[in-house]
Design a protein around this ligand. Structure first.
Ligand code: NBG
Length: 886
């Protein structure tokens, strides 16, 4: 029997307290509300615990699994992991079933989070802790002679995402379930996730396939062979607009239960696997056409074979569009089928369902929902359009022009001919709106003609441009490719904006940039659509579970663990920053985490790193805009400085361990060279006896969620140094801040809001402002104006101090000699101020009390970046979805 345990004090009536530096934030954002109003569904919420889950019961379950499913005993760690996992699975399914029975009865409005990526990482620790059965499980595991840490380390990450966007989707699912919001994620069950990265002997990146699904079945999913939908491709559209696809596959549901934190809600991530309509063509086989006989299986497998390993650089590949349409078509059919089970009037669909499109990847939902409503359910265009626009919302995650998807009309016409017709019709209607808008605007702004002589005549030299025609070209969803005359492209971001009722960016600055630079035309016509929803991260995974020692200290100091679900409570730590003994405890925990990371580094790379040094971390996807190159060059400079220093000078230097990690997209030429450069610097520096412990440079391969969980709690300084205006938000900055790591960074993405919360003086900020970037890109600096430290570092690179000069040449050229129009990301330009910020960090680190004080301030000030807050805002301001607690 599930029981509510009233062991928590009510937290209602509390006012969000902020430090004085947070004042500006309060004014600009939502007013400071009493907690009861800000998080109504958290209030009075008690931890839920099932008393029937005893150590004995769990032990029994695990041993049964071992005996009957694994047919072995506890000698095998693999089998023990599997047995524990299946036991947790059963627990999840119990809670999942109860939640869904309840939701079915209550019929609340649902949000469906459509995302091509979910970067889940490991499940076991998160599930056991969210369910509140961690004590019973560790004891049961101990009693069968094993160890929790060993068991959990057996799990392979589910890396069905590239980076920030996919991880955000997973944090959002955790928050939705924890807030009891009726919501599902929808995505693709890729057979191979994000590639595994290794480093070759020459320091270059190697990519290996990531086969993440266990041979004996995945304990974290429920496969539902009976939930399947057909998805068509190619074929013809007849004169009545009816589409007959020439290739049809089946989408099969695999449900991943998502347990909320200490609540009875366990929601769902439904991932689609793909199967052929007909497994095997016996006629073809009998006719000796063996390849033909299995061709439909091969085609189906291809669709869900692999996650595209691109981040911010998308290539217009047909297979990618096929993947996008595959999961969107299945998800929409699935939701409509469930809706029609309970209702018969599609006009109320917007009262029951909202689809959040995670970036442009699911934008094909716009014409697909139209098609289903018109062609299958026989609604007329205008009615279908009204419903569609009330159901869909779109989040933009990037301003990188190459990542704003544009599909060639010819590809769409071939793969999805009916959808292309619908897009055409949407665009025609849209352009009519544009025409009316511009004409009205033009008419109202036309000066009164006083003198007929002012009017341009036919033989005036300049022919006036037609503003209506210009606007229609500029606002059109279908546009000519500027780089390939004659090729027409569908701008998916424009389609998403026109087809949805809300559009949001992911940090305050980013939401302004998209309004000003990406969609100004659309803002003019429907300003009310545009919003900001600053990203957040789940404090469960990113503080409570990955940093248990710090969690215990926080809980002990606050006298409650309620901060894990109400992150605003962290601000109560603020006064403790002034308490010397508290600072000592804080430091001891950091040291312990550094020890663990040092051990990990030793195991993975073989290098010994001292725990007394400052642990400086930059981990994220490798991209020129994220400027890992700037970090690498600064390390070359640091190396040169150490080499040139006298023993007395060396004694005064602050020792550092610089840790970098991240994957380069397989087709990203420059990013791969950056990985090789970091490894070259690492090899040189770590093997130079002159340097000793003053500097260690570590590249940790295969950065993923699990690595992040080890690295982030140990960091003392973390780098978020993108060119201003390029990083939409960043989310690792939030994770580091919450774990008490100081930030060196630019005024970009969410760094700006972190600075507002933490107090700008507590960050090491540097670099140009976003508004100056376009001018600086134009204004090319002469080589001689570069910072001397930069020039010296580069001459070492050119002289071969770090190996293969020829291999690094293009990389060096890409940031040097701006007279050639290089250095698009202003690495050289920002280098001097970056080095000043680095010096300031060294200087402060020498004062350990002051450093610790700031570290505490970071944790205390950044509860705002909990994804619970973000999701509450989406639910209130976009989705209109209310909690429905089983
Ligand atoms: C990424 C941005 C990050 C942001 C995440 C989550 C893509 C396309 N965008 O800055 O680069 O934090 O999205 O919003 O991956």
């Amino acid at each position: 029997m599930i029981q509510m345990i009233a062991n928590r004090s009510a937290i209602s009536g509390q006012v969000l307290t902020l430090n004085t530096k947070g004042k500006r934030r309060q004014d600009r954002r939502r007013p400071v509300l009493p907690l009861a109003q800000a998080f109504p569904n958290l209030i009075g919420k008690k931890n839920v615990k099932d008393d029937s889950i005893t150590v004995e019961v769990i032990k029994d379950e695990i041993l049964k699994e071992l005996k009957y499913k694994e047919a072995t005993n506890t000698d095998s760690i693999d089998a023990t992991y599997s047995a524990v996992a299946w036991s947790v699975h059963n627990r999840l399914v119990d809670s999942f079933n109860k939640t869904h029975e309840h939701w079915k009865r209550e019929d609340p409005k649902f949000v469906y989070y459509l995302s091509a990526e979910f970067l889940m990482g490991r499940t076991m620790t998160n599930a056991i802790n969210n369910l509140g059965v961690e004590g019973a499980y560790s004891e049961a595991i101990r009693e069968i002679g094993s160890d929790m840490e060993k068991i959990t380390s057996m799990e392979v990450d589910a890396a069905l995402g590239n980076g920030g966007l996919g991880r955000l989707a997973s944090c959002f699912l955790d928050s939705m379930a924890s807030l009891d919001l009726p919501g599902w994620g929808y995505g693709i069950r890729y057979k191979y996730g994000m590639f595994k990265q290794a480093v070759a002997a020459d320091g270059r990146q190697l990519e290996l396939p990531d086969k993440w699904i266990p041979e004996g079945g995945n304990p974290w999913e429920i496969r539902r062979p009976s939930v399947r939908f057909p998805v068509g491709f190619y074929g013809k559209v007849d004169s009545d607009g009816l589409w007959t696809p020439s290739e049809i596959v089946q989408a099969v549901a695999c449900d991943v239960p998502i347990p909320g934190y200490r609540t009875r809600t366990t929601s769902n991530l439904r991932l689609w696997d793909c199967e052929p309509m007909q497994e095997f063509d016996l006629d073809a086989f009998n006719a000796g056409e063996y390849e033909e006989a299995v061709i439909s299986r091969r085609k189906a497998d291809e669709i869900v074979a692999v996650l595209y390993p691109n981040d911010a650089t998308e290539e217009g590949k047909e297979l990618r569009l096929k993947q996008q349409y595959f999961f969107v078509a299945a998800s929409l059919q699935d939701t409509l089928a469930r809706f029609l089970d309970a209702h018969d009037n599609l006009e109320i669909l917007p009262e029951k369902a909202c689809f959040q499109m995670n970036d442009t990847h699911p934008t094909i939902a716009v014409p697909e929902l139209m098609r289903l409503l018109m062609d299958v359910h026989k609604l007329e265009f205008n009615k279908a359009w009204e419903i569609t626009r009330k159901c869909l919302a779109y989040t933009n995650h990037t301003v990188m022009p190459e990542a704003l998807e544009k599909w060639p009309v010819v590809v769409l016409e071939k793969l999805l001919p009916r959808h292309m017709q619908i897009i055409q019709q949407i665009n025609d209607n849209w352009l009519l709106t544009v025409k009316n808008h511009v004409e009205a605007k033009f008419a109202s702004s036309m000066p009164q003609i006083a003198d007929p002589g002012d009017v341009a005549t036919e033989d005036s030299e300049e022919v006036e441009a037609d503003p209506v025609e210009d606007a229609m070209k500029e606002y059109s969803i279908i546009q000519e490719n500027p780089w390939n005359q004659g090729e027409m492209l569908v701008n998916m971001a424009y389609l998403a904006v026109v087809g949805s009722f809300a559009v949001n960016g992911v940090a305050a600055i980013h939401s302004e940039i998209i309004k000003e630079d990406i969609f100004p035309q659309f803002v003019e016509i429907f300003p009310e659509k545009f919003q900001n929803k600053t990203n957040g991260v789940t404090l469960r995974r990113w503080l409570a579970y990955c940093n248990p020692e710090l969690t215990d200290l926080i809980t002990e100091s606050l006298g409650t663990s309620d901060w894990i679900k109400d992150a605003t409570l962290l601000s109560k730590l603020l006064p403790m920053a002034n308490d010397k003994s508290f600072r000592q405890k804080w430091r001891d925990i950091k040291l312990e985490r550094k020890r663990k990371l040092a051990q990990h580094i030793k195991t993975v790379t073989g290098y010994d790193v001292p725990v007394e040094s400052m642990y400086d971390v930059q981990v994220k996807r490798i991209h020129e805009y994220k400027r890992q190159l700037m970090n690498a060059v600064s390390l070359i400079h640091r190396y040169q400085k150490i080499k040139a220093a006298s023993p007395e000078e060396r004694a005064k230097m602050v020792p550092r361990v610089s840790i970098m990690g991240g994957k380069a997209a397989s087709a990203y030429y420059m990013a791969k060279k950056i990985v090789a450069l970091i490894n070259a610097v690492s090899k040189k520096v770590n093997n130079d006896p002159d340097v000793g412990d003053l500097l260690k440079v570590i590249f940790l391969p295969n950065y993923n969620v699990t690595e992040a969980e080890i690295i982030i709690p140990a960091a003392e300084l973390s780098q978020h140094i993108s060119t201003a205006g390029t990083e939409a938000s960043g989310t690792s900055n939030m994770k580091f801040a919450l774990n008490g790591s100081l930030i060196i960074g630019t005024m970009d993405g969410a760094n700006i809001e972190i600075a507002e919360n933490t107090g700008a003086e507590n960050l090491f900020t540097f670099g140009v402002d976003a508004k100056d970037v376009p001018r600086l890109r134009e204004e090319r600096k002469d080589f001689k104006e570069y910072d001397q430290r930069w020039l010296d570092a580069f001459s070492a690179l050119r002289d071969g101090v770090f190996g293969d000069v020829e291999y690094f040449k293009d990389l060096v050229d890409s940031v040097n000699d701006m007279t050639k129009g290089n250095d698009w990301f202003l690495v050289a330009n920002d280098f001097a101020s970056y080095m000043d910020a680095q010096d300031a960090a060294d200087c402060l680190y020498a004062d350990e009390e002051e450093w610790t004080k700031r570290s505490i301030i970071y944790t205390a000030s950044n509860g705002f970046f909990s994804s619970d807050r973000t999701i509450q805002q989406y639910a209130d301001e976009i989705w209109s979805v209310k909690p429905c607690r089983p």
